[in-house]
Design a protein around this ligand. Sequence first.
Ligand code: NAD
Length: 336
Amino acid sequence: MTYRVTLIPGDGTGPELTEATRRVLEATSVEFDWDVQHAGTDVMEQNGGNPLPEHVLDSIRANGTALKGPITTPIGGGFRSVNVTLRQVLGLYANLRPGRSIKGLQTRYEDVDLVIVRENTEDLYAGIEHMVGRDAAESIKIITREASERIARFAFEYAVANGRHKVTAVHKANIMKLSDGLFLESCRTVAADYDGRIEFEDRIVDNMCMQLVQKPELYDVLVLPNLYGDIVSDLVAGMVGGLGVAPGANIGLDAAVFEPVHGSAPKYAGLDKANPTAMILSGALMLRHLGYPTEAQRVEDAVRDVIAAGVATTYDLGGPAGTAAFADAIVARLEN
Ligand code: NAD
């Protein structure tokens, strides 16, 4: 079977990272028919000033799956983030960010194996803000039962499908008794359906951060509202080696977009310097999503082996190789 997947190269270092990932995925036995689509500032002029043309969205809707390189969001003025718009327009309500230690990578922690499930559509990111007079501003935090139960169910279903044993809901319900209280109550409601199969507990977000840096081995899958999810997932990314190795996925009912956590790192654009690991591991998440866990594991193992060998890695991992040579080494592992 051949999978038609939308491929968005992005900008900055995006095109070289996507190319490296495409080559690695093609070295597995899975066959892809790439539907290449461009988005971002580079295509605005041809599209009446629109950085996210409708045909890009149509392609993702039709194919159901996209692999996406990072896209630059100019600061101030300009356009709304293509990345945020994509998630909202396509209803990609779950942001999945696994954080797993990689052997051979120098970090303060060993054997971290956590999965962050972040709600992607509401909370303070609903963007409802206004000034109250000249000297005060209000941001409105939206938490609904529907979105909270949906993300909690996603976390439990992920745990079941991936052999994980526990889900921890993270909140600040002691202070925000209504909004975070509703998030926690929704998680408890959903947890009851998995009683006896998946353990459930909750933690207040500040305590969670302390516990993660002191004893990460106590935790497994974490489910969080949007803002805490944003912060805690970067904390976990830092524990396992930083942005260059942190993969991600945005998943909805009808479509899923796989992309690294990091941005377009424009200062390295075109220099064959950026680390392709995060993007390649995002590709492995896509393989799992498409129903190829064995191939996904092979890609993850090949990435880990090349990093552990330490001779074909990029500058940020202390190695001498460029993006393409790093990918070549992973391809060679897969082909042997
Ligand atoms: P960034 O992630 O691009 O870079 C932060 C730091 O990490 C830089 O020092 C960079 O050199 C380094 N880095 C990032 N990826 C790397 C890699 N693969 N290999 C080696 N080093 C890497 O973050 P930023 O500078 O804040 O953002 C740049 C642009 O990317 C901004 O316009 C931002 O809006 C956009 N962005 C896009 C996405 C996305 O497409 N999903 C996500 C985050 C940021």
